[in-house]
Design a protein around this ligand. Structure first.
Ligand code: 13P
Length: 240
């Protein structure tokens, strides 16, 4: 099976020129590139094989929402995938409630949400990782019950494994696989008919460790942050 590799550039690079140059270096069939909003158009024009993603969206369709961006606007630029509920957004105040509204807006318009869920370091230390993950997962499952078709990606991304966190270490691939299995079983238990689900891992994935995660059938891809800005690293991941 082909794996899904998503390059989450976060708030990088600084200029459109750099975004275009990076796109040209990493452009590849199995890749989804999620640049910052201002570079979406330029990245789209430089893509020959990869697909376009966005890092967030607002749930309302239009109107007086200064600074926000709608699903329709992103769609008009060629965006097909939208990352939702990333821990870096949750840290800035994004709630489960907001993520649910965004999921509904994205699926309603036929785009693919990449719903991020993950436990924090304190959850891990307290042995409540699964509880924390389920707390984020369940509201989105409820939200999806009103849809009869669509493709959904869940990304298990433990916050403590994100490379920019202090003392970050990638999850052990076996643990990541086990948590993904728990997420998958929960989703499948709910009997959401007509929807297609995929499950990927994120958190310090790089050219050296990607094989350890992607060798498992249950881990259908990777959400890559830091390494997605380094063409050599990303190329290694894509080769795997
Ligand atoms: P890193 O790959 O830099 O750990 O980032 C993971 C991430 O947050 C991707 O969304």
């Amino acid at each position: 099976m082909k794996k899904i590799i998503i390059a989450n550039w976060k708030m990088n690079p600084d200029t459109e020129l750099e975004a275009v140059s990076l796109t040209q270096k990493i452009d590849s069939e199995n890749l989804i590139i999620a640049p910052p909003y201002p570079f979406l158009g330029a990245v789209r024009k430089s893509q020959k094989l990869s697909k376009l993603g966005a890092q967030d969206v607002f749930w309302e369709a239009k109107g007086a929402y200064t600074g926000e961006v709608s699903v329709t606007q992103l769609k008009s630029l060629g965006v097909q995938y939208i990352v939702l509920g990333h821990s870096e957004r949750r840290i800035l105040g994004e709630t489960n409630d907001a993520v649910v509204k965004k999921v509904k807006a994205v699926v309603s318009l036929g785009l693919i949400p990449v719903i991020c869920i993950g436990d924090g370091l304190s959850d891990k230390i307290a042995g409540r990782s699964e509880v924390a993950v389920m707390d984020q997962l369940m509201p989105t499952i409820e939200a999806l019950k009103s849809f009869k078709s669509g493709k959904i990606i869940f990304a298990y991304e433990p916050v403590w494994a994100i490379s920019t966190q202090k003392d970050a270490k990638p999850d052990n691939p076996e643990n990541a696989r086990n948590m993904i299995l728990k997420i998958k079983n929960k989703v499948l238990d709910e009997g959401l008919k007509g929807l297609e689900f995929h499950f990927i891992y994120g958190g310090s994935v790089n050219g050296l460790n990607a094989g350890g995660f992607l060798k498992y059938d249950e881990i259908e891809g990777a959400l890559v942050g830091g390494a997605s800005l380094k063409p050599d690293e990303l190329t290694r991941i894509l080769k795997i």
